[in-house]
Design a binder for this molecule. Structure first.
Ligand code: ADP
Ligand code: MG
Length: 390
């Protein structure tokens, strides 16, 4: 949807034109999965799918929000309770309200706003519709109230909104990707200190393509399982006497696993540890390959990463496994689940001329297995959050 249409709808809802329209994208993660809560490395890229928000300031402390994508009218949160405080705003409005709460908690004078948004980021598909919603709100308010916050600061405040206000214990990758990614690049991010580097990722120039396969399933298991994986990783780090599993070097992995066994840590904790340490090493390998211009060689590293997520961290599911096996059997260079797991999306690296055939093979494999048809589209590395109108 065009920014002008979002602005017009804002005017229809609130009776005056918005002060501006802002955009923030969804993302896929190329490599570095379940590493962001272990102080590790990630490598997301922003999608062309994005949330557009038309916003105006208010001075009376009130926040009004409306989504074109959710039935039910304007949601109003009033000033009396500082937008209610954590968890008091139910439903989707908790995401923008949480951002206002986080900005105010950080001492920024945000005196209220009217907001209307619409999004092309598929919801609940592991493509970070929630982060795009938070980041677009944060950027609009930063701009309108002249807060002067950096993209990284906006991402961290958005994560805080999701963790403490909405109540989802996510890492910082999604918000950083939505806020900081650059067109034609992947974002190499150290989640410990948020050091970042834009890595050129021009697939088309290499005759390659990256497909996103949204399986359209989300298994219930996901929520509790995420907390359990986090706890298991933290247990591994504690037993090894390091602040986070990121501090276990790849070369030191065999010794670390022996030590965990000697300390009586479970096979589960050892497997989680192995996933995180090998996954961080895979990010480093992918960086080396991209810097060397050897993009094709990234494929097998993706497939290896999938095996680790499936067998060691055990966060895959039958549908995601089927994407990987059917895509690689059809000649893809590599494939893996992306995002938290238990459904959501996978990515597939392909030679550009085989993209359609690979997509067809995956779709046929889903039909043969009796699964609903997946949604397949190209991941074109796109721009992070920005102002659309002036
Ligand atoms: P995702 O992987 O897409 O981020 P989440 O479960 O983290 O999945 O976030 C999805 C939630 O974000 C939705 O349930 C809804 O509350 C909110 N959301 C996402 N997109 C929109 C939208 N366009 N309008 C309103 N709320 C949205
Ligand atoms: Mg999310």
């Amino acid at each position: 949807m065009a920014a002008s249409a979002v602005a017009e709808e804002f005017e229809r809802l609130y009776g005056a034109a918005p002060e501006g329209v802002w955009a923030a994208p969804g993302r896929v993660n190329l490599i570095g999965e379940h590493t962001d809560y272990n102080d590790g490395f990630v490598m997301p890229l922003a999608l062309p799918h994005r949330t557009l928000a038309a916003v105006s300031r208010r001075t009376d402390g009130v926040l009004r929000v409306h989504s074109a994508d959710i039935p039910g009218g304007i949601v109003q949160l009033d000033a009396a309770g500082e937008f209610g405080g954590p968890r008091s705003a139910g439903g989707w409005a908790a995401y923008p309200a949480g951002v206002v709460w986080a900005l105010r908690a950080a001492g920024h004078a945000v005196t209220g706003a009217d907001l209307h948004l619409t999004s092309t980021v598929p919801t609940g598909a592991g493509l970070s519709s929630s982060a795009s919603l938070e980041v677009v709100t944060a950027l609009a308010l930063d701009d309108l109230f002249g807060l002067g916050l950096s993209a990284t600061e906006l991402a961290v405040l958005s994560q805080r909104a999701e963790n403490e206000f909405v109540g989802v214990p996510c890492g910082v990758m999604d918000q950083m990707a939505s806020a900081c990614c650059a067109e034609g690049h992947a974002l190499y991010l150290d989640t410990r200190d948020l050091a970042q580097r834009q890595v050129p990722f021009d697939l088309a120039a290499q005759g390659l393509g990256l497909l996103v396969v949204d399986t359209r399933v989300k298994h219930e298991l996901g929520d509790g399982a995420y907390a359990e994986r986090r706890a298991g990783c933290e247990a591994g780090a504690r037993a090894l006497g390091v602040p986070a599993l990121r501090d276990v070097a790849y070369d030191g992995l065999p010794a670390a696993l022996d030590r965990l066994a000697a300390l009586g840590e479970s096979a589960t904790v050892r497997a989680y540890t192995r996933h995180v340490v090998t996954e961080n090493a895979r990010v480093e390998r992918v960086i080396g390959l991209l810097d060397a211009g050897d993009v094709r060689a990234v494929g097998p590293v993706l497939t290896e990463g999938h095996a680790s997520l499936r067998d060691d961290l055990r966060v895959s599911c039958a549908e995601l496994d089927l994407v990987v096996t059917s895509a690689t059997a059809a000649g893809a260079l590599g494939a893996r689940m992306t995002g938290g797991g238990f459904g959501g999306s996978a990515i597939v690296l392909v030679e550009a001329e085989t993209a359609d055939a690979v997509a067809k093979s995956v779709t046929e494999a889903f039909a043969a297995a009796g699964y609903a048809a997946p949604r397949v589209f190209p991941a074109i590395p796109s721009r992070g959050a920005h102002r659309v109108t002036h």
